[in-house]
Design a protein around this ligand. Structure first.
Ligand code: SF4
Ligand code: SF4
Length: 299
C-alpha cells in the first residue's frame, strides 16, 4: 500500500510572531514539549513498522517544528528507512541546518515560507542556498498580502531561477485583491490562480482517507486537516480497514495541502514527486513552461 501521512502533533508554538497567526511567539511548557516529543516518537515507530508499505510523511505543524532537535532527528531517521519515499516539512527556515548532514537528502522535502517581517531576505536566500548545496528539494513561498508584493518580486528576482516561489492567496477577505493584484502575483507565481480558488469538492473523489491521511499526536486519523470526522486511530491493529475511497463532504477545498489530492484537478501531474514540498516538475515561471527535468530533484 502507498500511504502519505500528514502529521500534526500537539506542537503549537513558534519563534516568530506573525500578527495573523495564533501560534506566533507562543511558548509551550516543558510538559507540552515532552508530550509532543513522545507522540512524535510513537508515530516514528509506527512508520518504522510499516515495512510492507511505501510511506511518505509530511510534517505540517501548528507553529514551527524545525527549531526542535526531535523534528530534525525525525526527518533524518525517516529518510534512512528504505520504505519511506519522502519526508517533508513546512518550516519558516529559521533553524540551523547542520542536521542535514545526517539525512539522505534526496528523500527530504522542504516547504520554506519566507516571513519578511521576521527574517531578512538575505538570510532566507542564504538558507535556501544551503538547502541546494545539500541537494534538498525545496520550494520557497510567501503569504500573499498586498503589502508583501514588492518583497515577493524582489525575492523572485534573487532566488535561483529554478527554485519555485509560491504565493499563498489570502482568501479570507482580509486583503481583497484587485485584478491588478492578481496579475502581479501571477507574474511571480504562475500557479497563484490555482491557489486563489476555492475548488468545488463536495462529492468529488479525493485521495484523502484512502491513500492520504492526517494524523494528530494521539494517533487520531482524519481524511485531511479540514474534515474533523475521525476515521479511527492509526495505532489500532485494524486501522487499515478504515482506508477507502470517500467523496469529499465539504463544499470547497482552498488549501494546497488539501486540494492537491482532489483527483479531478490532476495536480499530481503538475507536482509529481514534489507534491508535498510544493515543487512543480515543470518550470512554470521565468518565461513560461520549461521542463526542469535535470533539476527535478534539486528544486
Ligand atoms: S512563522 Fe508561521 S507558525 Fe510562526 S508565527 Fe509566522 S505564520 Fe505562525
Ligand atoms: S477535497 Fe480537501 S476538504 Fe475534501 S477531502 Fe480532500 S483534502 Fe479534504
Amino acid at each position: 500500500m502507498k500511504l502519505t501521512v500528514l502529521y500534526r502533533g500537539p506542537l503549537s508554538g513558534c519563534n516568530y510572531g506573525c500578527e495573523y497567526c495564533p501560534f506566533g511567539k507562543w511558548k509551550q511548557s516543558e510538559e507540552e514539549l515532552t508530550k509532543d516529543r513522545a507522540d512524535l516518537e510513537r508515530f516514528l515507530q509506527w512508520v518504522e513498522s510499516r515495512t510492507q508499505d511505501t510511506v511518505s510523511v509530511f510534517f505540517t505543524p501548528w507553529g514551527e517544528a524545525l527549531i526542535w532537535p526531535w523534528y530534525q532527528q525525525a526527518l533524518a531517521r525517516l529518510t534512512h528507512l528504505p520504505h519511506v519515499e519522502r519526508a517533508a516539512v513546512q518550516t519558516n527556515l529559521s533553524c540551523r541546518l547542520d542536521w542535514l548532514t545526517e539525512c539522505r537528502t534526496e528523500k527530504l522535502g522542504i516547504w520554506a515560507t519566507y516571513h519578511p517581517e521576521w527574517m531578512k531576505r538575505s538570510r532566507f536566500l542564504a538558507q535556501c542556498e544551503r538547502l541546494s548545496e545539500h541537494g534538498v528539494r525545496h520550494s520557497a513561498g510567501m503569504v500573499g498580502f498586498r503589502r508583501f508584493a514588492d518583497e515577493a518580486e524582489a525575492l523572485r528576482r534573487e532566488l535561483p531561477e529554478d527554485t519555485y516561489l509560491w504565493i499563498n492567496a489570502v482568501k479570507d477577505g482580509l486583503d481583497a485583491y484587485t485584478p491588478e493584484d492578481v496579475e502581479r502575483f501571477t507574474r511571480i507565481d504562475p500557479l497563484f490562480p490555482v491557489n486563489n480558488t476555492r475548488h468545488p469538492s463536495r462529492g468529488r473523489a479525493c485521495r484523502g482517507g484512502e491513500s492520504v491521511l492526517s494524523v494528530d499526536g494521539d494517533g487520531t486519523a482524519y481524511r485531511c486537516h479540514f474534515i474533523k470526522e475521525p476515521l479511527g486511530n492509526l495505532y489500532a491493529p485494524d486501522f487499515d480497514a478504515a482506508l477507502k475511497p470517500r467523496p469529499c463532504s465539504k463544499d470547497t477545498c482552498g488549501c494546497h495541502i488539501g486540494y492537491v489530492h482532489l483527483e479531478y484537478l490532476e495536480l499530481d501531474r503538475v507536482f509529481g514527486s514534489g507534491l508535498l514540498e510544493r515543487v512543480p516538475t515543470t518550470r512554470l515561471w521565468s518565461g513560461g513552461l520549461q521542463r526542469s527535468a535535470s533539476r527535478s530533484s534539486q528544486s
